[in-house]
Design a protein around this ligand. Structure first.
Ligand code: ZN
Length: 143
């Protein structure tokens, strides 16, 4: 009886998961930090287009047009500044990642080139019978 209930629950869960997944997929999470800024930018551009259209049609007075346009351009400048800030932040993060990578390579390089002592890890350019660091006999490890 317990097995039957468990298997029924399992089937329900599987059906639920399979049924929910396709619905969830078309809603991508905002991964890009620019997504909401792009949306705002697009909205402002659309407003500017509408504004220009209404002005051309004669719905808006010259003053109204200029004032609204100024407001929208100010908002656009704010969004652009925010985009620049986020970009700089991202570049800074990438720059740190790039800067730390060569350091790791520089540390690894002396070990792989030349001859390394298997006892203490000291590396030498020449092949040595005995380690210059710990004095133990060392077998050459060629790069
Ligand atoms: Zn050694």
């Amino acid at each position: 009886m317990i097995i039957a209930i468990t298997s029924v629950i399992a089937i329900v869960v599987i059906v639920f998961v399979l049924g929910v997944r396709p619905k969830d997929l078309p809603e991508p999470e905002p991964v890009s930090p620019f997504a909401h800024l792009d949306e705002r930018k697009a909205a402002i551009y659309e407003n500017l287009r509408d504004l220009q259209f209404e002005y051309r049609v004669g719905k808006l007075s010259d003053t109204d047009y200029q004032l609204t346009k100024k407001d929208l351009q100010k908002e656009l400048a704010t969004v652009m500044a925010e985009v620049d800030r986020v970009k700089l932040e991202l570049q800074g993060g990438r720059g740190q990642a790039v800067a730390s990578a060569p350091k790791v390579q520089a540390k690894a390089a002396p070990v792989t080139s030349g001859f390394t002592c298997p006892h203490c890890g000291a590396s030498f350019k020449q092949e040595l019978k005995f380690c210059g660091e710990c004095g133990k006999p060392m077998k050459a490890v060629k790069a």
